[in-house]
Design a protein around this ligand. Structure first.
Ligand code: PLP
Length: 423
């Protein structure tokens, strides 16, 4: 594990924990893994899509499979008890990390998307009434936007979208206007995965509560990159994914205030989430197990615990500082080109989305890929936002703890090559 002083990351040491960063690219992509045609160093700048996994996380999961692989909550034998303890403790570790009151408030889902669906199918279908509204924003990821849109359609409720201004920031006056006494939920992304905008989530939650509405904050890009305190934020629901914060795929988190989760019906039903089943009726397990039907993501929960350990050893303030430094550097360097348009405010989370005049994002990223630079091209699951930006797609570079300014220089150089090619 990397050591560093309180303010700067020892990126070289960190990179040693991520073997994939040493690989080269450029060869046959029809088979996974390096091949003889791979001769270009990899510059991985697609962390907002998914982050890489350090040895420590892989080893924690390997240890589970090699030494105490068993199902949880259903065996008296030693292995099952060990696995159950590790799985339960993973909830405690997540609770500590985001300052939730305890494991009762931490439900493991498949990902952020499932967390939104869980709330829509439980709270939404039972509580949201015709004539009420859900206020969300123009910069939401489809995981939240489509979920609220479909829920409102089913329930005869209205979905309202808070506008963004020309800097890509939320128009808070518009938000205040759109939230009224018929608002049942206010839902906003904490850090936009396209614009990088960091939204004022405390204020958003306060406005929701002034109207007795609930708040649901999408933390998919925030939890990996900055300290998050759900208690201080007073959010009612908060969601994020393990795979964007050094953890494995297949596990996400829904945080919910205990009294709210207690009151909700289950989402999926079956084994593990029941207390007593009779032919006539069934009663539910206590929180959080009531929302975790079937065999849960055990190895993934153990991996997520190791990912949190890794991030905490670095310190989330330090992670945030590093993200800001790289995003500012990338913004400034790309801004040197007058034919590059960058979206979003100058104060931003660790990502930069942009377009090169007259060049489709897919063509640009394909050239970047030839230079070993891995970025995301497309709509980043924010199609309505791209409609507002009036472009079909954009190219997004996103940074994490193992990235360096030198990698951003590679990005900028590759963009410059593309500029000359398409000029
Ligand atoms: N919300 C935001 C802001 C995201 O960036 C993403 C993923 O890109 C999601 C939600 C959905 O995450 P997942 O695909 O892990 O469910």
């Amino acid at each position: 594990m990397a050591t560093q002083d309180a303010t700067t990351l020892d990126v070289d040491a960190i990179r040693e924990d991520f073997p994939v960063l040493d690989r080269t690219v450029g060869g046959d992509v029809t088979v996974p893994g390096p091949d003889e045609g791979d001769d270009t160093p990899l510059y991985y700048l697609d962390n907002a899509a998914t982050s890489h996994t350090p040895r420590q996380v892989v080893e924690a999961m390997t240890e589970y499979y090699y030494e105490y692989n068993a199902n949880v909550h259903r065996g008296i034998h030693t292995l099952s008890q060990e696995a159950s303890v590790a799985y339960e403790k993973a909830h405690d570790r997540v609770a500590e990390f985001i300052n939730a009151a305890g494991r009762e408030e931490v439900v493991f889902t498949k990902n952020t998307t499932e967390a939104f669906n869980l709330v829509a199918y439980t709270w939404g279908l039972t509580e949201l009434e015709a004539g009420e509204n859900i206020v969300t924003t123009e910069m939401e990821h489809h995981a939240s936007l489509v979920t609220w849109q479909q829920l409102c359609e089913k329930q005869g409720a209205e979905v309202r979208y808070v506008e963004i201004d020309e800097n890509g920031e939320l128009d808070m006056d518009d938000l205040r206007e759109k939230v009224d006494d018929d608002t049942a939920m206010v839902s906003a992304v904490h850090v936009s995965n396209t614009l990088g905008t960091v939204n004022p989530v405390v204020e958003i939650t306060e406005i929701a509560h002034e109207h007795e509405a609930l708040s649901f904050i999408d933390g998919a890009q925030a939890v990996p990159t900055r300290p998050v305190d759900v208690a201080a934020m007073d959010a009612d629901f908060y969601a994020f994914s393990g795979h964007k914060m050094l953890g494995p795929t297949g596990i996400g988190v829904l945080y919910g205030k205990q009294e709210l989760l207690e009151a909700l019906p289950p989402f999926l039903v079956g084994g593990s989430m029941i207390r007593r089943v009779k032919f006539e009726e069934t009663t539910w397990e206590e929180l959080p197990w009531k929302f975790e039907a079937g065999t849960p993501p055990i190895a993934e929960a153990i991996g997520l615990t190791a990912a949190i350990d890794y991030l905490e050893e670095i310190g989330m303030e330090t992670v945030e500082r590093h993200e800001t430094e790289l995003a500012t550097y990338a913004y400034d360097r790309l801004n040197e080109f007058d034919d590059v348009e960058i979206y979003g405010p100058t104060d931003r989370g660790g990502l930069v989305s942009f377009n090169l005049d007259g060049v489709h994002a897919h063509d640009l990223s394909s050239i970047l890929d030839d230079h070993g630079v891995a970025v995301r091209a497309g709509d980043h699951c924010t199609q309505p936002l791209h409609d507002i930006l009036d472009v079909p797609a954009s190219t997004r570079a996103s940074f994490y703890i193992y990235n360096t300014k030198a990698e951003i220089d590679e990005l900028v150089e590759a963009v410059d090559t593309a500029r000359q090619l398409f000029a």
